[in-house]
Design a protein around this ligand. Structure first.
Ligand code: SAH
Length: 275
């Protein structure tokens, strides 16, 4: 067995962006610890300057990184959902009344362990409890692993998912198939949707939510669930959505991350209907 290199980066409020960059730099696994974001590499890797200045490297001799990492990952619950890592799927006994989503957390973003994903699953669950998702349409913008699309499909919705990253598209297709649900997946963004959806869920980052605000509003018939917004910059995203004709119903905050539920004003709803 060969050595593994561990890098630790103190939290700065943009863990999801940093995690994505670490994966792009070749990380074998990324984990959120209370004090820092931790990633493992096969070799000491050159990180971009922004990360390199904050990064602390450690060499771990003879570490079976994968087994060690797996040991830290357990099933996680959000709303009615339990998200279970593939290697625990056979032994996991779901409590009554819950929906299980089986995913490989090492793949595309969306293992259920990030607050933004968990809050979106909770909001989808709450939406279904107030008016069943069965027979309604859901569009997942930035589907990553497909976790939210799969959750919505489990609750009976007709689901379309899009992501600009082809790896996420492939991952969502695989995960939907292994969870035995049907999700229509396309590479692209909100503008690739054929028509408005009853519910749009978009777990993106603050600036992307702001940039896409008008299109997200136009794509939404009744409910928009957004996350990936940092508490510190919530106005950037929420003001853009309000200017685009949305009304904020509910804002949740977990570990400095926000998720919000919005609905369109009558005018914006007309725009969605006329698309
Ligand atoms: N929905 C998953 C993944 C969220 S990560 C979850 O909730 O956990 C955000 C995803 O958005 C990434 O897969 C990224 O590729 C995608 N993304 C980023 N910008 C986008 C854009 N403009 N349009 C569509 N997808 C985008």
């Amino acid at each position: 067995m060969t050595d593994t290199f561990r890098v630790e980066l103190p939290h700065r409020g943009d863990d999801d962006v940093v995690a994505a960059r670490l994966f792009l730099a070749g990380a074998r696994g990324v984990q959120e610890r209370p004090d820092a974001l931790v990633a493992w590499f096969d070799a000491r890797t050159t990180l971009d300057d922004d990360l390199a200045t904050r990064a602390q490297w450690f060499r771990e001799a003879d570490r079976d990184w994968q087994e060690a990492w797996k040991a830290t990952i357990g099933p996680v619950s959000a709303g009615r959902f339990w998200v279970v890592p593939t290697w625990l799927a056979d032994s996991f006994k779901p409590p009554a009344g819950t929906e299980v989503i089986v995913l490989d957390p090492g793949r595309a973003f969306g293992s259920g362990h990030h607050s933004t994903t968990a809050m979106c699953l909770e909001l989808l669950d709450a939406e279904d409890r107030s008016a069943s998702l069965r027979g309604r349409t859901v569009a997942d913008i930035g589907c990553g692993s497909g976790i939210l699309a799969i959750g919505a499909a489990r609750l009976g919705a007709t689901v379309t998912a899009v992501d600009i990253d082809p790896a996420a598209v492939a991952s969502t297709r695989e995960n939907a198939a292994s969870n035995a649900v049907s999700v229509r997946v396309t590479q692209g963004s909100v503008d690739t949707l054929d028509e408005a959806a009853d519910i749009v869920v978009a777990n993106l980052i603050t600036d992307v939510v702001a940039d896409l605000a008008v299109q997200l509003a136009q794509a939404t018939r009744t409910t928009l669930l957004v996350s990936g917004i940092t508490a510190a910059r919530q106005n950037v995203a929420l003001d853009a959505l309000v200017s685009a004709g949305m009304i904020v119903d509910d804002v949740r905050d977990e570990n400095g991350w926000l998720a919000a539920r919005l609905h369109p004003t009558a005018t914006a709803r007309g725009a969605a209907r006329d698309r």
